[in-house]
Design a protein around this ligand. Structure first.
Ligand code: HEC
Length: 114
């Protein structure tokens, strides 16, 4: 659903003057899962590709084996919604960032399988 201000804008008499709805223009880094993983401090808790993390937190290469991309995306959106009381806090990530992270995690998982 569009936010209210935009709806008023495009429905009103000035509709033709409303600015075009722009596709989001995320910074290039938003698509770099490896960089996001470091920038958002994921690697402070999670090991991936045998780097980073702490022993008490899940190694994502192993743990993510059981989960598909859709689950991972939901997890990143709101961990507590999937697991009540989880220690992992929610990060405010854009959809692009989540996709990049999910891809990064999923690729690490593929590497482990082989
Ligand atoms: C403060 C430590 C901490 C940080 C920072 C953190 N996590 Fe987590 N994460 C956890 C813990 C703990 C779990 C296990 C969930 C549980 O059992 O409560 C988890 C679980 C996960 C899982 C699910 C693993 C599975 O398959 O069960 C994924 C995926 C994940 N984290 C990704 C991330 C990403 C991506 C980031 C960065 C945006 C991140 N985490 C940041 C602590 C952290």
């Amino acid at each position: 659903m569009l936010p209210k201000y935009r709806r008023q804008h495009s429905d009103g008499p000035m509709a033709s003057m409303a600015p075009p709805v722009r596709a989001s223009n995320p910074a290039a880094d938003s698509a770099n899962g490896g960089k996001l993983f470091a920038d958002y401090g994921c690697n402070a808790c999670h090991a991936i590709r045998k780097k980073g993390g702490k022993p008490q937190f899940p190694d994502l290469a192993d743990e993510a084996k059981a989960h598909d991309g859709a689950w991972l995306d939901r997890w990143l959106k709101d961990p507590a919604a999937l697991k009540k009381g989880t220690f992992m806090a929610r990060s405010s990530l854009t959809q692009t960032q989540r996709h990049a992270l999910v891809e990064y995690i999923s690729l690490a998982r593929e590497e482990v399988k082989t």
